[in-house]
Ligand binder design. Structure first.
Ligand code: ADP
Ligand code: MG
Length: 167
């Protein structure tokens, strides 16, 4: 588990961009966190670092959006129940077969249907302490061999954002 902290939306984008440098075809990232935590913001920074110049918007009313950069990026949001059932019924096997990188907002909702090989990115508001409201805790948990093998690279790439406790 890697514990990081960001201080602004731009900062979260920069963290995501640093992580995107490690992305490989077939990667799966689960973006976890409440509404407004920064899952879409994270995706925007990740996409920009893959060379995607199109604006990345929330896929709330479409099942998945696809963007072409250094790698193909699939951006999903499974917040609503109908999105969950749709992705489970239709899109998932095909997506998981693709060579793209898949980022799923609220991905923990469909964890059981996903392969046991992903990076969980959990964004949380930092409450109950003085300081700017723009701070977020970002906890990275590599699950399975694919990301565990890159845990050291992940630590190195995210070094500027790491909490002292996880260094
Ligand atoms: P989600 O997709 O998790 O619902 P969004 O990325 O759409 O969240 O929204 C996050 C909101 O919080 C945006 O308005 C963004 O500007 C704001 N924000 C403030 N500080 C941060 C931060 N450190 N990281 C990400 N977003 C932040
Ligand atoms: Mg979102």
């Amino acid at each position: 588990m890697i514990q990081a902290r960001t201080r602004s939306p731009e900062d979260t984008k920069n963290l995501a961009a640093a992580m995107a440098e490690l992305a490989q075809p077939g990667d799966l990232l689960l973006l976890v966190g409440d509404l407004g935590a920064g899952k879409t913001t994270f995706t925007q920074g990740f996409a920009a670092a893959l060379g995607i110049s199109e604006p990345v918007t929330s896929p709330t009313f479409t099942l998945a959006r696809e963007y072409h950069g250094r790698l193909l990026l699939h951006h999903l949001d499974v917040f609503r129940l109908d999105q969950i059932s749709e992705v489970l019924d239709l899109g998932l096997p095909e997506l998981l077969d693709s060579d793209g990188v898949i980022l799923i907002e609220w991905g923990d909702a469909i964890r059981q249907a996903l392969p046991n090989d992903y990076l969980e990115v959990a964004l949380t508001f930092i409450e109950g302490q003085p300081g700017p409201l723009d701070e977020r805790m970002v906890v990275l948990t590599p699950v399975g061999s694919g990301w565990q093998a890159r845990a050291d690279d992940l630590t190195a790439a995210t070094e500027p954002w790491l909490e002292a406790s996880s260094q």
